[in-house]
Every structure is written in structure tokens, then in C-alpha cells.
Design a protein around this ligand. Structure first.
Ligand SMILES: [Zn+2]
Length: 233
């Protein structure tokens, strides 16, 4: 049933701390040239001095380019490692939801740990088992094995104009509390949403979600990303 991959990584090349650091650079870097080490320290909950130490170490390993006071950016090699970890994470999330009955609000924590532990062979088998999916349970794109990742042009619900209908394509907040709250409002990936009314001065939004009227705050609406045309999410 499974095609066994010839290349089997038995030991991982980099430590968990390095993989997390590269992943954080990738996550923050989107849309900006360089990532300040202070932003990495904050995201990874480490001290600013540990973050700059790590940046220097990874620059010596040619995984990032580091310019003091200007921040870091990924090299081709660093990007490859980051995308491999992100691929592991997103495939694991989908696997846990689809096969073990995990709630979509509880998979992120598990995937944070497992993403560093799975072998290339196991992740390849999981991808095959799931039919090479393109999106994780939160609508985030899954990179392919070569590190190719396809982002869609999505619009935050908070910026959606009234009387337009969209489909929930991605939820940008991964905290279990927020995901449960969104689910209570019917805002899960694939739901149809129409903005009925947007109050001025950052007031609440009145929505029709799968036919039911719901009211949510603007900060909540920032986490919900819509695809204008109904598409296969
Ligand atoms: Zn996650």
C-alpha cells in the first residue's frame, strides 16, 4: 500500500532548539526583509541574548544571514529546514484530527512536540495515507516535500465588505480557547460567511454563518481569513 522512501533519516541533523528558531524566523519573516532577534526572543520565550547567540551560531552554520542591529534572514538551507518542520507539523495535525479523532483545537500542542521527532519516512507515509493534502485543519498550506508552499490571497473577515459572501479558508490563531470560541460561532474551515453589518469605530460585526446570525468582535474577526469565491478548502 505504501511506497517506501529510500532515504530514511535515522538521526536528525539539527537540535529541536535550532529547528524552532529557524521556524520562527520563517514565520516572522513573511512580508519583511529581516527579523530582529528581539522578535525571535519574544516568540520563542528566550532571552534576547540567547536569541542573538543562536543567530550567530546559525550564521556560522550558513542557515541564516545575521547582521548585528539589523536582524536575521534565512538562507536557502535555513528555509529548507524551516519548511520541513512546518510540513511535519501540519501533516501531523491533520493526521491526529482525521485518524485519532483529536479536536482541531487540541492538535497544535501535540504537533509542536512531534514535529521534531518524526522521521522523513514516517511523514512521507502519513502524507500518502492522507492523500497528499494541501491544507492542515486550520487551513494553513502544507509545503510539499521539495519545500514548495502555496499561499492563497485571503481577506481577514474584519476587512470584508458587507453584503459579500465568503468561505472560511484559514484561522490564524492557534490557541485552543480562540478555536473553540470560533467553532461555537460556527466559524470553522469551509463555513460560508456573509457580513450583514459592521459597526463603525471598531465595533462588532454581525454575520450570517451557515445561515445563522452571529455577532463577533473585530479582534476575533482578524483571526478569520476568507476566500472570496467558494473553493475547495
Ligand atoms: Zn499547529
Amino acid at each position: 500500500m505504501f511506497a517506501v522512501n529510500d532515504r530514511i533519516s535515522t538521526t536528525r541533523e539539527y537540535s529541536e532548539a535550532i529547528e524552532d528558531f529557524l521556524k520562527a524566523v520563517y514565520m516572522i519573516q513573511r512580508g519583511q526583509e529581516r527579523v530582529p532577534t528581539s522578535a525571535l526572543a519574544e516568540m520563542l520565550k528566550i532571552s534576547p541574548s540567547s536569541a542573538s547567540e543562536m543567530a550567530k551560531k546559525l550564521a556560522r552554520a550558513h542557515l541564516v544571514e545575521h547582521e548585528p542591529y539589523r536582524g536575521v534572514r534565512l538562507t536557502q538551507g535555513g528555509r529548507r529546514v524551516a519548511l520541513e518542520i512546518i510540513r511535519n507539523h501540519r501533516l501531523l495535525e491533520l493526521f491526529l484530527v482525521r485518524t485519532l479523532g483529536y479536536g482541531w483545537d487540541e492538535v497544535h500542542e501535540e504537533a509542536e512536540r512531534l514535529e521534531h521527532a518524526v522521521s522523513e519516512r514516517l511523514i512521507q507515509r502519513i502524507a500518502e495515507f492522507l492523500g497528499h493534502p494541501r491544507f492542515d485543519p486550520h487551513g494553513d498550506p502544507i509545503p510539499d516535500p521539495t519545500g514548495d508552499i502555496h499561499y492563497r490571497d485571503l481577506i481577514p473577515l474584519a476587512e470584508y465588505s458587507p453584503a459579500h459572501t465568503g468561505r472560511v479558508a484559514r484561522l490564524s490563531d492557534q490557541s485552543p480557547e480562540m478555536l473553540r470560541y470560533l467553532a461555537e460561532k460556527g466559524l470553522t474551515v469551509g463555513a460560508t460567511v456573509e457580513v450583514l453589518k459592521a459597526d463603525p469605530f471598531d465595533g462588532p460585526l454581525t454575520l450570517r454563518v451557515n445561515g445563522n446570525e452571529q455577532v463577533i468582535g473585530v479582534n476575533v474577526a482578524q483571526c478569520v481569513l476568507l476566500a472570496p469565491e467558494p473553493e475547495n478548502v
